[in-house]
Ligand binder design. Structure first.
Ligand code: BDR
Ligand code: CA
Length: 317
């Protein structure tokens, strides 16, 4: 099947992305690497081990960086994902052991061992991917595809969720995000522009709880805190962030994209802001000119994403 490394900071919607991939025929998760973001790195790593163990995902789990390339540790968004980053459900100890390698080394090893076969999906702070690129730049030419959940480009009014200018994954390590956008690999960015267009309501999760077996019940349990946070924003459901990136990997036809070069602000009041210069737009010569073109998602078939997710969870049961 299609080989995926998920670089993730579980995280409620990260767990959703993992289950969507795991429940889809033809997809095989060959590595899980942990990022900081929704929890400190110890928390997200414990959660990744827990999820892999609980759902029988037979892939190495490697611990990633706890600080950004610029040495910043961000404080976790406990009111959104819970204090344990999985909606404060009880988390019994797991028997699964960590891979001894740091996350970026696991990424490099797997990409080298499977040339042109690995799809990297990143749904947390992007530090591990940037470290892998710095250490082994040739992996840019050896991956099949890279899909990120991060950024916001102004489509449908999307600008930021952690500041008025920035999305959380890019803001957590803006330099890493910027380097990833400059790497020249086949990159697609799934930002708030589309993830906030797909909403899953309480009724949707109630249906999964009823028909989706243990996976459906688990999703109901972990989404309670996350749902309350979204209710506080005046929404009747949750934004589907990370699972939208997983959906892109499985069914890119559900998305519309724009090609162009992307930069991420690494300083200033706009720290973490993502900016797209669409291909074909002409400006006076400048720093943008040597950036490779990437794809940014601008529109999504939300009903299609909800159906994809629903079917995957029913298969896991
Ligand atoms: C992103 O930030 C995290 O809180 C979510 O898991 C998602 O990856 C959304 O901005
Ligand atoms: Ca995430």
């Amino acid at each position: 099947g299609r080989k995926i490394i998920l670089d993730t900071d579980p995280g409620v919607d990260d767990a959703m992305a993992l289950l969507l991939l795991h429940g889809t025929p033809g997809i095989s998760i060959v590595g899980i690497t942990t990022a900081s973001g929704n929890g400190l790195i110890e928390t997200t790593t414990r959660n990744a081990l827990y999820l892999a163990d609980r759902f029988g995902i037979n892939a190495p789990v490697a611990k990633g960086q706890g600080v950004s390339l610029d040495g910043v540790t961000s404080s976790p968004p406990v009111t959104i994902h819970g204090r344990n980053a999985l909606g404060d459900i009880p988390l019994p100890a797991t028997r699964k052991k960590l891979d001894p390698r740091p996350a970026h080394d696991l990424i490099i090893d797997l990409v080298r061992a499977n040339p042109h076969e690995i799809t990297l999906v990143a749904t947390g702070h992007m530090t591990n991917l940037a470290l892998a690129l710095r250490k082994a730049p040739e992996i840019a030419g050896l991956v099949r595809e890279v899909v990120l959940m991060g950024g916001a480009f102004g489509y449908h009014g999307a600008r930021g969720n952690v500041t008025p200018a920035a999305e959380a994954n890019f803001h957590g390590d803006p330099r890493a995000a910027d380097e990833i956008c400059a790497a020249g690999w086949p990159l697609t960015i799934v930002g708030l522009d589309v993830t906030t267009q797909t909403i899953m309501t309480d009724a949707y999760f109630a249906d999964l709880r009823q028909h989706g077996g243990k996976a459906g019940q688990f999703l109901w349990d972990i989404t309670r805190v996350y749902m309350n946070f979204h209710h506080g924003l005046g929404l009747n459901g949750i934004y589907v962030n990370d699972a939208s990136a997983a959906a892109y990997v499985i069914a890119p036809e559900l998305f519309k994209t724009q090609k162009g070069s992307v930069r991420v602000a690494t300083e200033s009041v706009a720290l973490g802001e993502s900016i797209l210069k669409a291909d074909g737009r002409v400006y006076p010569p400048g720093d943008w000119d040597h950036r490779p073109s990437v794809q940014v998602c601008t529109d999504v078939n939300a009903e299609g994403v909800r159906a994809l997710f629903h079917n995957a969870i029913l298969r896991l049961g």
